[in-house]
Design a protein around this ligand. Sequence first.
Ligand code: GLN
Length: 504
Amino acid sequence: MSSSSTAGQALHRLGVVELAAQLDAGQLSSVEITRHLLDRLPEPQSRAGLGAFICTNAEVALAQAAAADARRAAGERGPLLGVPLAHKDIFVTRDFASTAGSRMLAGYQSPFDATVVANLAAAGAVTLGKLNCDEFAMGGANENSAYYPARNPWDPSRIPGGSSGGSAVAVAARMLPAATGTDTGGSVRQPAALTGVTGIKPTYGRCSRYGMVAFASSLDQAGPIARSALDCAHLLKAMSGFDERDATSAQQPVPDFAAAAVAPRAGAGAARPLEGLRIGLPREFFGDGVSAGVLAAVRGALSELEQLGATLVDVSLPRTELAIPVYYIIAPAEASSNLSRFDGVRYGHRADDYKDLNELYRKSRSEGFGPEVKRRIMIGTYVLSHGYYDAYYLQAQKLRRMIADDFQAAFAQCDVIAGPVAPTTARTIGSQSDPVAEYLADIFTLPASLAGLPGMSLPAGFSDGLPVGLQLIGNYWREAELLQVGHQLQQATDWHLQAPATLA
Ligand code: GLN
């Protein structure tokens, strides 16, 4: 089929599964899809557009697309073979500069691909470019990018959430069917929620962290962002697996997430697909701090799940509030250690003038890091310092264990846990100058991160025209169960199909 007739089908509106079906049927080539998407990207990627991308490379993308078409022509098949996507600029890539959203790494060229990037390339996915993010993934609004903020396609005066903001914007604005993100304390789930798309952070250890620029090593996990649970399932399958180059990646079998997502949970004889599923609602997730509009949307999604056969049960995660101080001690502590490698000698930015080695370090780091990164390095250095270590870091580690134990107590009463992703819908850009107030917005995503549990964000409707996300948290290695619940919800509702009105 010619590219003019395929362009008429609004290819950018198709998801991963739909694109793969057209590729399988020979109705489209990967080159046609890739060209169509590249043509739609605002030029140049800058403050003028939604700020989703930090860089693109049409030549590289089209060469990858042609290679995918050749693999199909040779008889190979696969759900991602020839499907375009892009990576959060926290993953290092050989074919594109890797900045981590920081001036420190401006123009940095990695000699290798991150394992997640390599895995997706092996599955035949085509990379269009690198997506905007908060500097070193520190933030929840994408306002900490050293380049420009990413903007929410539902209202470009608003944040898209962070730190994987560019990933969520690109998927929500139909620039791409899917993207990678990373989640340390909520950075896949929050931007997915605030832009009305689907994202899943798997169990810690599911995806290799090799080649993910490290923020907080005991928390960082890769995860896909796409427009449906089923599309996420296909990406997650390709992204996952043991990697001998990451000592924290798990030797855990990777299920066929897509097959699991579409399988009816309740078995063939049951009247309703989620019959028997117990969904735990932690009372701490439904309190005063949540806006009425978010609560109403979340409750609406929960009643859809009830109609599909699920039972709602009350549970408690009593240390929810403590997740904020615990995370904002542990994550900066690990960040201060990880970011010590940026010394102006081995990587990235180097100051022009310096008298001696100390001044080289000081000036390179002062110039290369933005204010939020410096704040985290200072907090982290403080809590790890002699005399404060026991009072802060050690206490935080003990509480982290107790937070994980609370989840296990809750999972004795339910199969999955549900609640809001964020307490409010997207705020306007520039409206939050208090970093501590900003940290509070992470209250519902941090607990699962600290426990290492999988968490998912699903579109759950709107409040005043802005998307709301439903969060599902599962027990360890049970991503398939979350994807299954998400897929059933998306079979029964159309929130995930809504697109911002500004789109053609
Ligand atoms: N908002 C959190 C932070 O600023 C989480 C970021 C993330 O998950 N990368 O640390």
